[in-house]
Design a protein around this ligand. Structure first.
Ligand SMILES: [Fe+2]
Ligand SMILES: [Fe+2]
Length: 182
């Protein structure tokens, strides 16, 4: 198995979730109302799965290994672009969370920002995923030996193994802070 395989499987789940987000955006547009429960679920998916689990493996394992290689300039530029795009997605999700909070505090005009940021994500991810699946992953694997690819896969599994624990340690911590226990 190539290192791109588990990342591409994750891309397929992100695409499936984006189709749900698209439906929800249409619902919110038609009804002129923000569905805060869905937004919370969507933000949790993007933050935990798309960003921490998926971008985490790309950045902390794949890109960091490739950073030690002498890559062609166009591959170096593209890797930097992908990292910048991850940062953009984080910023947009932060703005989405902020807008949802404002909406819940009674500022109805925040609905426009919510819809704008969700629409941005629906358009952004497919293009980002296409770049990785079709261009960057196949091109960058050429810099990795068979042994490095196998090590990378092992590191991916180990990274994933820790994720469920990290997620719920953070959930409990937030609840403890909210309850005044920390
Ligand atoms: Fe990515
Ligand atoms: Fe990706």
């Amino acid at each position: 198995m190539k290192p791109r395989a588990p990342l591409m499987i994750e891309h397929r789940l992100i695409e499936k979730m984006l189709a749900v987000v698209e439906r929800e955006v249409l619902f919110m547009l038609d009804n002129k109302v923000a569905d805060s429960i869905f937004i919370d679920a969507g933000v949790d998916f993007i933050k935990t799965y798309a960003d921490r689990v998926h971008h985490g493996k790309e950045e902390e394992i794949m890109f960091s290994c490739l950073a030690g290689k002498t890559m062609k300039t166009e591959d170096q530029i593209q890797m930097q672009e992908l990292i910048e795009e991850h940062k953009t997605a984080r910023k947009i999700v932060g703005e989405l969370v902020q807008a949802k909070e404002e909406y819940l505090q009674g500022r109805g005009e925040a609905l426009d920002t919510i819809l704008d940021r969700l629409t941005f994500l629906i358009r952004f991810y497919p293009e980002h995923i296409r770049k990785e699946d079709i261009v960057f992953f196949p091109n960058s694997e050429k810099y990795l030996t068979q042994a490095e690819q196998e090590t990378m896969l092992q590191e991916f599994w180990e990274f994933d193994r820790k994720m469920i624990h990290e997620k719920y340690q953070s959930v409990v911590k937030e609840w403890r802070i909210g309850s005044g226990l920390e």
